[in-house]
Design a protein around this ligand. Structure first.
Ligand code: FMN
Length: 345
C-alpha cells in the first residue's frame, strides 16, 4: 500500500461514516485544502502519457467524469490529483436545486453509488465565473444539460444557450442526453428528436467556430441502457451530423447486479463496479459502428487500472473515472495511466 493509499484509507473510513452527500462535499473541500496548502505534490502522483485527440493534447488519457464538480468550483484542486483532463457540469442555463435529499446512496459492498441529484447546479453564468477564476490550463470539458422546468420538446433551446455561453471557455463540450434523473431526458436519444437536436447543435457549433476562429469539439454522452437498434440509431445520427466524439456511458437504471443489496431499490442512476460490463459492451458496440471516424471516451465501473486498459482495448481513446475514485482514491488515476501505457509496450 502506498502512502497516498494509506492516507486515503483513513480519510475514507471517516467519509464513509458520514451521510453520503455531506461526505461528497467535504471530500471536495479537503481536496481544495490539500491543493491550497501545496500538499497535492506530495499526495498525488502525476502520470504523463501524452494523447492527441480532437486536435487537443491530453497530458494523459485518464479524465474526471462529469458530476463530481458540477459547478467548476474545484477545477484546480481536482487537476492537481493528476487527471489528464477534467469534465465539469452538468450545467443548465439557470441555477436549480435538483431533487430533494436524500439523493445519493452508497452500495459499499459492490463499490457502487446510486444518485438522483437531478442536475443541481449554480447555472451557466456562475459556472463561467468559476472557470475564469481557475488557474488550470489543461483540457477542460464542459457538460451541458437542460433545466428541469424546460419541457423536453424545448430542450434544444437550453442546450444551444449553454453551448453558446460556454464555447469560449471549454476545450470540448459534452451534450448530456443520458441522465436518468431529469424527466424524459433520455427520450432525446430516440427517433427524430436526436437528429433534430444534433443538427441544431452542429449548426450552432459551426457558427461559433467561425465567430471565434476555432472549433470546440462537440461530444455526445449516452446511457448504458441501450439495445442494438438504439445503438445503431444513435451511431447514424452522430455520423450524419458530424458529431466529434461520444462518451459511453452514463449511469444505469438496471439493478440486476445489485439485487437484494441495501439501497438497491432507490431511484436514480447506478454507477461503479456493477455498471462496468454493460458500459464496456455498449462502448464496444459503438466502436463497431463508429470505427475510427468518431473517437470514443469510455466511462463506467473503472475501479482498477486493468479496467481502464480494457476500455481502450474496447475502442476508447480516453477514459473517465467517478465512482472508482470515491472507493479507491486518487491512486486509481495513476494505476489507470500505467495500465494503458503498458498496452502500447
Ligand atoms: C453522484 C454522481 C453524479 C453524477 N452526475 C453527472 C452529471 O451531472 N452529468 C453527467 O453527464 N454524468 C454524471 N454522472 C455520471 C458519471 O459521469 C459517469 O458517467 C458514471 O458514474 C459512470 O462512471 P463510474 O462508474 O466511474 O462512476 C454522475 C455520477 C455520479 C456517481
Amino acid at each position: 500500500m502506498t502512502g497516498t493509499n494509506m492516507a486515503y484509507s483513513l480519510i475514507k473510513s471517516i467519509l464513509f461514516s458520514m451521510d453520503p452527500e455531506r461526505a461528497h462535499d467535504l471530500a471536495l473541500k479537503l481536496s481544495e485544502l490539500a491543493h491550497k496548502s501545496h500538499l497535492s505534490g506530495f499526495m498525488f502522483s502525476d502520470a504523463e502519457l501524452k494523447t492527441e485527440l480532437f486536435g487537443l493534447t491530453f497530458k494523459n488519457p485518464v479524465g474526471l467524469a462529469a458530476g463530481l464538480d458540477k459547478n467548476g468550483a474545484y477545477i484546480d484542486a481536482l487537476a492537481a490529483m493528476g487527471f489528464g483532463f477534467i469534465e465539469i457540469g452538468t450545467v443548465t442555463p439557470r441555477p436549480q436545486p435538483g431533487n430533494p435529499k436524500p439523493r445519493l446512496f452508497r452500495l459499499t459492498e459492490s463499490q457502487a453509488i446510486i444518485n438522483r441529484f437531478g442536475f443541481n447546479n449554480v447555472g451557466v453564468e456562475a459556472m463561467i465565473a468559476n472557470i475564469k477564476r481557475a488557474k488550470y490550463s489543461g483540457i477542460l470539458g464542459v457538460n451541458i444539460g437542460k433545466n428541469a422546468v424546460t419541457p423536453v420538446e424545448k430542450a434544444a433551446q437550453d442546450y444551444l444557450y449553454c453551448l453558446e455561453r460556454v464555447y469560449e471557455h471549454a476545450s470540448y463540450i459534452t451534450v448530456n442526453i443520458s441522465s436518468p434523473n431529469t424527466k424524459n431526458l433520455r427520450d432525446l436519444q430516440e427517433g427524430d428528436q436526436l437528429a433534430r437536436l444534433l443538427d441544431q447543435l452542429k449548426n450552432r457549433q459551426q457558427n461559433l467556430a467561425s465567430k471565434h476562429q476555432h472549433t470546440v469539439p462537440l461530444v455526445l454522452k449516452v446511457a448504458p441502457d441501450l439495445d442494438e437498434t438504439q445503438i445503431e440509431h444513435i451511431s447514424k445520427a452522430v455520423l450524419d451530423n458530424g458529431i466529434d466524439g461520444l462518451i459511453a456511458t452514463n449511469t444505469t437504471l438496471d439493478r440486476d447486479q445489485v439485487a437484494g443489496m441495501a439501497h438497491c431499490d432507490e431511484q436514480g442512476g447506478l454507477s461503479g463496479a456493477p455498471v462496468r460490463l454493460k458500459s464496456d459492451e455498449v462502448l464496444k458496440r459503438f466502436s463497431e459502428h463508429l470505427g475510427s471516424q468518431v473517437p470514443l471516451i469510455g466511462v463506467g465501473g473503472i475501479t482498477e487500472g486493468a479496467h481502464a486498459a480494457n476500455k481502450i482495448q474496447n475502442g476508447a481513446s480516453l477514459v473517465q473515472l467517478y465512482s472508482g475514485l470515491i472507493y479507491e482514491g486518487a491512486d486509481l488515476i495513476y494505476d489507470s495511466v500505467r495500465a494503458i501505457d503498458r498496452l502500447t509496450r
